[in-house]
Write a protein that binds this ligand. Structure first.
Ligand code: NDP
Length: 284
């Protein structure tokens, strides 16, 4: 039998990508499943994205992740995209299906899986999302599609906040509203899940904390942070101090990675291996 010295290729296009830990997690998962796959961090300038996507086809890559600044622009180079990615307006994962490039957004789905793994389900829930950027868009749309009844977007810039609330209200079955972030935000009574989807608290802003009246966070709330570096943020510490059930950003990262793994390899992902690899990367 002839040996196969050719690895299947996956990776991420972005700028910056040097500090992106996704590849370590994906390659650990490939090894755990005995797959001859590689994951490469590839720095791609904004003006080179078209050439880079042509290379995905030319190299017969199995798929590619997109990160800043390519998640929206990549849409013009794809043959098909998922319904959710269409609503979100951004793609973070591309799958090469026999030369046809299909785009999906696994950020929000990874977030939902990380909550479900903690026994938290979205159906009928009232959700408050701090932020209206890329992560907030993916999470807001997916939570709405997963059955959340009401979604409140709290954002500093009015335009982005209003746009996201309008998008959710028009394109999904959930109710949505925008609340301006003026001064200290008081969490609405009746909120089931409070999510920080801003970059406040992200390294090197490790002491940063969203301007929230933490006295309005109650023990029956689930409080989640998308920031994963560091995983234990001042936001989560404040919420835990009020007795809330906290969920950090590593679960979202591992689970979006697990979804990508399955889309590219067709196999079930070793999620525990992926989470453990991330914990080691963050010295936890
Ligand atoms: P964007 O730049 O698209 O959005 C940033 C958001 O944060 C905006 O809503 C912005 O508000 C808000 N914001 C930033 N600084 C402040 C501040 N000082 N006060 C109030 N609001 C602020 O970023 P992304 O959505 O792509 O990323 C957000 C975070 O999500 C990052 O930390 C990223 O690492 C994390 N992330 C985590 C993932 C995971 O798997 N765990 C996956 C993807 C992202 P405004 O509109 O007013 O500027």
């Amino acid at each position: 039998m002839g040996k196969n010295y050719r690895a299947e290729l996956t990776g991420v296009f972005g700028k910056p990508v040097d500090e992106n830990p996704t590849g370590v997690m994906e390659e650990a998962a490939y090894r755990a499943r005995g797959l001859n796959f590689r994951y490469l961090n590839i720095k791609v300038e904004p003006e080179d994205l078209g050439t880079a996507m042509a290379a995905v086809r030319a190299f017969g890559m199995k798929g590619i992740n997109l990160t800043i600044p390519h998640k929206v622009r990549v849409l013009e180079y794809l043959d098909e995209i998922s319904e959710a990615a269409k609503i979100i307006g951004a793609v973070n994962t591309v799958v090469n299906r026999d030369g046809k490039l299909w785009g999906e957004n696994t950020d929000g789905k990874g977030f939902i899986t990380s909550l479900e793994n903690e026994g938290v389900f979205l159906n009928g829930k009232q959700i408050v999302i701090l932020g209206a950027g890329g992560a907030a868009r993916a999470i807001g749309v997916e939570c709405a599609l997963a059955g959340a009844s009401r979604i409140t977007i709290v954002n500093r810039s009015r335009e982005r906040g209003e746009t996201l609330a309008k998008l959710i209200g028009e394109k999904t079955p959930a109710q949505a509203q925008y609340v301006p972030w003026e001064g200290t935000y008081q969490v609405e009574p009746g909120t089931d899940i409070l999510i920080n989807a801003t970059s406040i608290g992200l390294y090197p802003d490790v002491d940063g904390k969203p301007d929230v009246d933490y006295g309005t966070v109650t023990a029956d709330m689930v409080v989640s942070d998308v920031v994963f570096n560091p995983p234990e943020t001042p936001f989560l510490r404040e919420a835990a101090g009020r007795g809330a059930h906290t969920v950090n950003g590593l679960g979202m990262l591992a689970n979006q990675g697990a979804l990508n793994f399955t889309l590219w390899t067709g196999e079930e992902a070793p999620v525990e291996v992926m989470e453990e690899t991330l914990r080691k990367e963050f010295n936890l």
